[in-house]
Design a protein around this ligand. Sequence first.
Ligand code: GTP
Ligand code: MG
Length: 358
Amino acid sequence: AQRRHASKHRFFAVELSQALFDFVIQLLPTQEEMAVKEDVRKLLERLIRTIEPDSRLLSFGSTANGFSLRNSDMDLCCLIDSDERLSASDMVTMLGDLLERETKFNVKPLPHARIPIVKLSLDPSPGLPLGIACDIGFENRLALENTRLLMCYAMIDPTRVRTLVLFLKVWSKRSRSINSPYQGTLSSYGYVLLVIYFLIHVKNPPVLPNLQQMPPLRPISQEDTHIGGHNTWFFDDIELLRQRWQSSNTDSVADLLIDFFRYYSRDFTYNTGVASIRGGLLKKESKGWQNELSGSRYNDSRERNRFCIEDPFEIDFNVARCVTKEGLYQIRGEFMRASRILAMRPRAVAALAQLCEE
Ligand code: GTP
Ligand code: MG
């Protein structure tokens, strides 16, 4: 009976893995979409250089880390290489005026936001049926580095890592509405960190190595590796890594997805734990993020630290700080629902359809 059970599971896993690949492939951006986005970036860079000749406009977030879905937003960051530069909020105001005058974009400058940005969008048109949305920020070097870190993780095991991440993004965003920090749930960035944490620190043997804890190839200086007091070093020679390191974990994508949902619905210690891709499972207590009841009736830290995911570089920053009590309840409920559906082993295509029911 046990053997029959195991072989039934294997059959389900093979079928589900194939269904996941097929599902994810049709969600990838087309060559054409990527080309249009690159043209937009170049155009904007040319315009910004009329204000700041020494500036560069770089893309980060999903358009740059390999986890992009069709029609996803474009995140851009402007770096200015001169010493006398305008403040981010002045740049936002000036660039907003310029783009308003010179382009067809809908422009919304937010100079006084915590991170000042210009929001741009183009309405759908025959050549661009879905329009385009884009945020431009300034000097956000940490975001460029964390994008590069995620990209390196994606490159180590492109098939398994990208399939898992892309599936979870669609599942959380379009189907189940639990990808919205403004409404108390988790950002895409947060979900990606959960996947990587799981692949490095939960799976045994691990699917991914910990790039931030590997020995460097040559001595590195403090100056080269720190941005704004944060250590951003990680092992980034992926070609070399591939020659020297090979995961001995042979789980299929389907096995990993099933385990991912099981781990986050049953085993992760939400009340006391912090998921850290850099350091493994940490304690809220050790980071001063505990959410025990305190004397005051309104405890801000308790609200901000229901769910704790450490940023890989800004280690005093909780990426899940926007997740509210209700939001976490909803997210955990969705992990449990997914786990339940997969445990019943329906036909794979039906399972995906059911998981992604809106
Ligand atoms: P989609 O836009 O949903 O396709 O996903 P995305 O991969 O672009 O993720 P998201 O929009 O959530 O974040 C974009 C980038 O902004 C991330 O890759 C990070 O570099 C950065 N970012 C987003 N949220 C945070 C955060 O809370 N802390 C830090 N440090 N960076 C963040
Ligand atoms: Mg984005």
